[in-house]
Write a new protein. Sequence first.
Length: 91
Amino acid sequence: MTQRIIYSTDSGVSIIIPTPESLQTLTIDDIAKKDVPAGVAYKIVDTVSLPEDRTFRGAWEADMTTPDGVGLGYDAWFALQPKPIVHEVTE
């Protein structure tokens, strides 16, 4: 996987690295909506577009003028997921 999710914070840019296991059940966009804080814009970028030198990572900035989406946060994302149908057994 060569894609990462980035979003801006007060202390710089946060990077989410999706695991191969999570990508078996969710799209990278679903992961972003779930894991990026509610109301925060995010971008999905290739690793080649990230600086290799992380010495001054706290000074990184990300251009979010054209984001790929906005985070929902876990609780709101989870609430939107389809619920399993439960059949009540009566005797």
